[in-house]
Write a protein that binds this ligand. Structure first.
Ligand code: PLP
Length: 365
């Protein structure tokens, strides 16, 4: 009889799939409640940019056509905005697809990628599905990245190093000096991918403005997304910036119409919606200050964030996560290795208040 587990192979059969945050509607249905709030997936609480909405409405009648395979108009606009050439860019169905394309294109089965722990689990899932592995390098106290340890973990089979900056789920970041030290101390045939999914939220002065480094480090790549600050998570669109020859290799592997047309139209308009982006960043900054203050009052240790979420120590993350769920607040529990913590996305002021109110109830303070 056919054995599908065997057919898929051990690497697939033993994969632990990515667990997304629970959707609001699902929780409401399960618990028979209304007005649940979701602060679990670092989405944009302000919705989609008004300019994207307008552009989508005007474009609706053209959605019977296949998308532009090369994201022509979006590419043009983004290249100008970033000050790079058009052939330095590749778009994907979210940055998730780009992680997959990078691994498919450059990492052969048996080879490896390197990242630090805790970070974005998708690097490991895709590596394993590809027959390769992700070597996770432990961080130091308070999740500080130890670049020396990462340099030591790199071996002759390492093809890519993924560095999320700011990092998910900690919200912490590393500086320009750290990045330069790292780049100068690894082989120049290793691809370094800076995953800057939360770039737009950063306000740290010593955060690397990485685009300026692309000419000096041919092996450096920067990955960003429209899912977070630009509010387009449901459309699935992200991009990578880097050397044109490498981009050309990725282009050969991607599906011809990998980015749907609604996503292209929405993203292009989002780039023009400066007002929306300003509001998003202000909402995030204000929410962060509010939540820091509340955590201080509750004597909970939290990590200062450069992103749109906060990691906070509540002693028993799983219990607090479950108790909050039953009160209609969805946050994120991050598994047994991060047992004391929950991660909460910064929401609208009202959502942040409800979260704190319910948190106080479940902490019984
Ligand atoms: C660090 C990091 N990289 C990449 C992604 C994926 O984003 P996208 O929606 O573009 O696939 C996320 C999403 O949560 C993330 O936290």
């Amino acid at each position: 009889m056919i054995n599908f587990r065997k057919l898929a192979g051990e690497n697939i059969a033993s994969l632990v799939p990515y667990e997304p945050g629970k959707p609001v509607k699902e929780l409401e249905r399960e618990l028979g409640i209304k007005k649940a709030i979701k602060l679990a997936s670092n989405e944009n609480p302000l919705g989609i940019p008004p300019k994207s909405k307008e552009a989508l409405i005007s474009f609706m009648d053209e959605l019977n056509r296949y998308p532009l395979g090369d994201c022509y108009y979006l590419r043009q606009k983004l290249a100008i905005k970033l000050g790079v050439e058009k052939n330095n860019l590749l778009f994907g169905t979210g940055s998730n697809e780009i992680i997959e394309l990078l691994i498919k294109t450059f990492v052969k089965p048996g080879e490896n990628v390197v990242s630090f722990f805790p970070s974005f689990s998708v690097y490991g899932i895709i590596a394993q599905a590809n027959g390769s592995i992700c070597k996770w390098v432990e961080t130091d106290e308070d999740f500080k990245i130890n670049f020396e340890k990462i340099i030591n973990a790199i071996d002759e089979n390492t093809k890519i190093v993924f560095l999320a900056n700011p990092n998910n789920p900690t919200g912490t970041y590393f500086s320009y000096d750290n990045l330069i030290y790292f780049l100068n101390n690894i082989r120049d045939d290793i691809i370094v991918v800076l995953d800057e999914a939360y770039y737009e939220f950063v306000d740290a002065q010593d955060y690397p403005q990485s685009i300026n480094l692309l000419n000096s480090y041919v092996n450096l790549f920067i990955m960003r997304t429209f899912s977070k600050a630009y509010g387009l998570a449901g459309f699935r669109i992200g991009y990578i910036i880097g050397n044109s020859e490498a981009i050309e290799m990725l282009n050969r592997v991607r599906q011809p119409f990998n980015v749907n047309m609604a996503a292209q139209v929405a993203a292009e308009a989002a780039l023009e919606d400066h007002d929306f982006l300003r509001k998003v960043i202000k909402n995030n900054r204000d929410g962060k200050i509010y939540l820091y203050n509340e955590f201080k009052k509750l004597k909970l240790k939290y990590f200062e964030t450069q992103a749109n979420f906060i990691l906070v120590n509540v002693n028993d993350g799983k219990k607090i996560f479950n108790d909050l769920l039953h009160k209609g607040v969805i946050v994120r529990f991050l598994g047994p290795k991060l047992a004391p913590y929950i991660r909460v996305s910064i929401g609208l002021p009202k959502e942040n208040e409800i979260f704190i109110e319910k948190l106080k109830e479940v902490l019984e303070v």
